[in-house]
Design a protein around this ligand. Structure first.
Ligand code: GLY
Length: 254
């Protein structure tokens, strides 16, 4: 992967040596990601299901949110390249309570504790991207924010007041909060992307049907790459909309 920031597009998951060499040339010789690819990082290819564990942290107490899964392959039938996220769903069927406990004990607690020991009392949302491999859970990435598009289905299911939760984190009061309340239904966010994304794409295309979607019960259409031109909403980015309906289970929500 490109060592610098490449808007979630600098990663190549290679199956063969030839694919790896091609990816290295693309980043370092062709500079497909600009300066971000001047240095690259080569890591073990991990095989498994990916889960995103988001936790609200007040420096000491860690409150995990319901797990979600991010879907990175573009195009129908997953035939496209890896992207910054084509959708997400929650709950994540692979994230059993036992597994979540293992991730809390082996990943989140040591991370928050070590940050504290180093003088960084972390307050905010800690995002651990975890690959569930045959050798156990392995960390792919950390972020210090809600995931996109994981936040959409997770927050659609959160019944506890988000503001109160974040204030409690900021003020170091998480230990005193009651358990979070969740909508037991599943939620799925499907990202509508511009044609061509994650490669080149056109902006400024009119988006129709938003009013109709807004009338669907419990469904939210989150805007990402959109802009207002007069009274029209138009595309203004690669990931344009996150359509997020609930359902009794993931299949129904989809
Ligand atoms: N979905 C990955 C991220 O937000 O970084």
């Amino acid at each position: 992967k490109a060592d610098g920031l490449a808007a979630g597009k600098g990663v190549a998951v290679c199956k063969t040596r030839g694919e790896a060499i091609h990816a290295i040339k693309r980043a370092m010789v062709e500079r497909a990601f600009g300066e971000a690819g001047r240095r690259i990082v080569i890591e073990e290819r991990l095989v498994g299901q990916e889960v995103s564990i988001l936790a609200v942290v007040d420096g000491r107490t860690i409150v995990t949110l319901e797990a979600s899964q991010d879907h990175k392959a573009a195009y129908d039938g997953d035939t496209g390249p890896n992207t910054g996220g084509m959708g997400a769903y929650s709950p994540a069927p692979f994230a059993t309570p036992e597994l979540l406990d293992e991730i809390i004990q082996r990943v989140l607690v040591p991370t928050v504790h070590t940050l504290r020991k180093r003088g960084t009392e972390f307050r905010g949302v800690l995002y651990a991207g975890i690959m569930l491999t045959a050798q156990g859970p392995k960390v792919l990435e950390f972020n210090v924010r809600f995931g996109d598009p994981e936040a959409q289905p997770v927050l659609m299911r959160l019944k506890t007041d988000l503001f109160g939760l974040l204030m409690a984190a900021a003020e170091g009061r998480l230990a005193g909060l009651p358990e979070l309340e969740w909508d037991p239904r599943a939620a799925v966010c499907v990202v509508m992307a511009s044609q061509g994304y994650p490669g080149g794409y056109e902006k400024g295309r009119a988006i129709r049907g938003l009013e109709r979607a807004a009338r669907l019960p419990d469904t939210k259409v989150f805007h990402a790459g959109t802009a207002r031109h007069g009274d029209q909403i138009v595309t203004d980015g690669g990931r344009v909309l996150g359509v997020t309906p609930p359902g009794a289970d993931i299949a129904a929500a989809t």
